[in-house]
Design a protein around this ligand. Structure first.
Ligand SMILES: NC(=O)c1ccc[n+]([C@@H]2O[C@H](COP(=O)([O-])OP(=O)(O)OC[C@H]3O[C@@H](n4cnc5c(N)ncnc54)[C@H](OP(=O)(O)O)[C@@H]3O)[C@@H](O)[C@H]2O)c1
Length: 442
């Protein structure tokens, strides 16, 4: 870009001052190498410099637009030249032809980039049924110095998202907002592309394809999202599309947490996965196989073939057989939807067997405490999303390796456009999804 700026021209150079919302990150500074860059205290960036002609101004404004930088104003600062007012763009048609043309060019770009300061998002201002999820236009976020701006391509719709939307169980509201959601934009799992970075960001650059979870800040049901660079995000596995990558922080990360951290699954053990066709279940079957255990998947008739194809050694059709009454015992029973209980499964556990459930209720809590002290069979729960981000990032890195090695595949049931997020929630709430459901941005 530097050759478009004229510092030492014989014809009077025109000096412009271009104001952009947000501080320019380091990777973008090279695009504006010929300009003086000032990072203002109010959070704006000022680009000041001489431009040879309208083509140079045009090129610069197009670059600002293409980089997705929110353009606030374009001001000509030469005291002896008129054209663009000091307060922004004006409509003074008495200007000479060339100044008028510049004015028009700048206005078009300002209009285009002003539009870019807004984004489509799903807003949820109260707890309730799926119709509390409303499509709206809101202010596009601006990354802080340590943050990246992500253009979201896909966001997961999970069973947990439905609980956040309803505000149930009530105890969860102490984390997400007592009377209404703290962040009105829901959604946690995402995949997308880095659009811009804050000035201190070192780990990512514009154009990186990333995936992860926004954890407790939510906000992924939107076209753009800001996250700290040390948040739960990594570059996307090369062999995954955005829709698949958006769901890795639901079933796969939770099942990995349960099968490798909550209990250390050992080669040669036998593991039963209940609801092997859900988000956690489809991931758990593949992870358990990877750990070298014998896997029995429990699902309905229609999902038997799918669960087998994921690697389950045996499948049980829950519509005809009660897995707790077959006479078989398992070292681990991972009830991924928490529809059974430790008491029901106890007889189907080996002597030191472990019952795992990702769904906490009072009986399970009491049994966890009880079995941690008494008896050889244990009941265990973990709230994966409440683990420190640094620990979750280790799990996500492990998953990325497994995904790139072809060991874990994401099962995608349905994709919905952002406008149909309420429908996506209604579908997930029925409790019969196969694997994962995704929101895609156009
Ligand atoms: N603690 C944590 O860290 C954590 C993290 C994430 C999620 N969770 C929780 O984990 C739970 C599971 O989430 P998920 O997304 O995996 O669930 P999900 O995908 O919504 O589960 C749906 C699947 O369950 C199957 N299913 C329904 N009833 C069944 C039954 N009686 N027996 C066997 N399978 C049955 C369905 O198959 P059919 O259609 O054939 O019935 C369907 O494929 C949710 O409660 C979620 O909130 C906890």
């Amino acid at each position: 870009m530097s050759n478009t700026f004229n510092h030492k021209t014989d014809t009077s150079p025109i000096i412009y001052q271009i104001r952009i919302k947000g501080h320019l990150g380091n990777p973008w500074k090279e695009w504006f190498a010929g300009l003086n860059i000032t990072l203002e205290d109010n959070g704006d960036t000022l680009l000041t410099g001489a431009l040879i002609d309208q083509a140079a101004l045009h090129g610069l404004l197009r670059k600002i637009r293409d980089l997705g930088l929110p353009l606030l104003s374009v001001i000509r600062v030469n005291p002896n030249l008129k054209g663009l007012s000091e307060h922004g763009l004006n409509d003074d048609l008495s200007l000479n032809k060339s100044c008028y043309l510049e004015n028009e060019i700048a206005k078009i770009f300002l209009k285009q980039t002003r539009k870019d300061t807004k984004m489509k998002a799903i807003i949820c201002t109260k707890y309730g049924s799926p119709d509390v999820l409303q499509l709206n236009e809101v202010e596009k976020p601006t990354p802080k110095d340590n943050e990246v701006l992500i253009r979201v391509h896909a966001a997961s719709v999970t069973a947990a998202d439905g609980m956040m939307r309803k505000g149930t169980p009530f105890i969860g509201r102490f984390f997400v907002g007592l009377m209404k959601p703290k962040n009105p934009i829901p959604g946690a799992g995402f995949a997308g592309e880095i659009e811009g970075v804050g000035k201190d960001v070192k780990l990512f650059k514009a154009g990186d394809q990333v995936f992860g979870e926004s954890t407790s800040t939510f906000g992924t049901y939107a076209e753009f999202l800001c996250l700290p660079e040390d948040g739960l995000l990594l570059t996307k596995p090369s062999n995954m599309i955005y829709e698949e990558a958006a769901c890795v922080c639901d079933g796969p990360i939770t099942s990995l947490n349960f099968l490798s951290d909550v209990t250390k699954t050992q080669r040669g053990q036998s593991v039963l996965i209940n609801a092997a066709s859900g988000s956690l279940g489809t991931a758990a079957v593949q992870l358990a196989k990877h750990f070298g255990v014998e896997v029995t998947g429990v699902c309905s008739t229609t999902n038997l073939a799918m669960v087998k194809s994921l690697g389950a050694d045996k499948v049980i059709d829950y519509t005809t057989i009660n897995f707790t009454k077959t006479g078989h015992t398992y070292d681990i029973i991972f009830d991924t939807i928490g529809k059974s209980s430790f008491s029901h499964c106890k007889g189907a556990l080996t002597q030191k067997g472990i019952y795992l459930s990702p769904v906490l209720n009072l009986p399970l809590l009491l049994l966890m405490i009880w079995t941690s002290k008494i008896g050889s069979k244990k009941a265990k729960f973990s709230a994966t999303g409440l683990r420190p981000v640094a620990e979750l990032r280790i799990l996500l890195k492990e998953l990325k390796v497994l995904i790139e090695a072809g060991k874990i595949k994401l099962v995608i049931d349905r994709c919905y456009p952002l406008e149909q997020t309420a429908e996506a929630h209604s579908y997930v709430e029925k409790g019969h999804k196969k694997g994962n459901v995704v929101i895609t941005m156009e």
